[in-house]
Write a protein that binds this ligand. Structure first.
Ligand code: FES
Length: 106
């Protein structure tokens, strides 16, 4: 099992323990974490699953793919630690991951 902490823009915290294999977006949506809409269902075409990865985990979540990069490049709210959570696969290596959900996605 993998522990992931979602932190809302107002600092409300949602600690989850999930099975590896799915995406970080799926973990949030199936557990009722607000601030992630995931309109496209995870096919990297909506960018409504935008999260800010805690600085300590930016490298650990792996590189941004070209489609994700293209989607993020359209966002005026992009930061250096921006990711689309549907493109991050939950693995045992990500145990302890911390991500923040952006205010604009509410
Ligand atoms: S759910 Fe649509 S881009 Fe991630």
């Amino acid at each position: 099992m993998v522990n992931i902490l979602f932190i809302e823009h107002d600092n409300t915290q949602h600690p989850l323990t999930v099975e590896p294999g799915g995406s970080v977006m799926l973990a949030a949506v199936t557990n009722g974490v607000p601030g992630i809409d995931a309109d496209c269902g995870g096919c990297c075409s909506c960018a409504t699953c935008h999260v800010y990865v805690d600085e300590a985990w930016v490298e650990g979540v792996g590189p941004i793919g070209p489609t994700e990069e293209a989607m993020l490049s359209l966002s005026s709210d992009r930061k250096e630690n921006s990711r689309l959570s549907c493109q991050i696969t939950v693995s045992e290596e990500l145990d302890g991951l911390v991500v923040k959900t952006p205010e604009f996605q509410y």
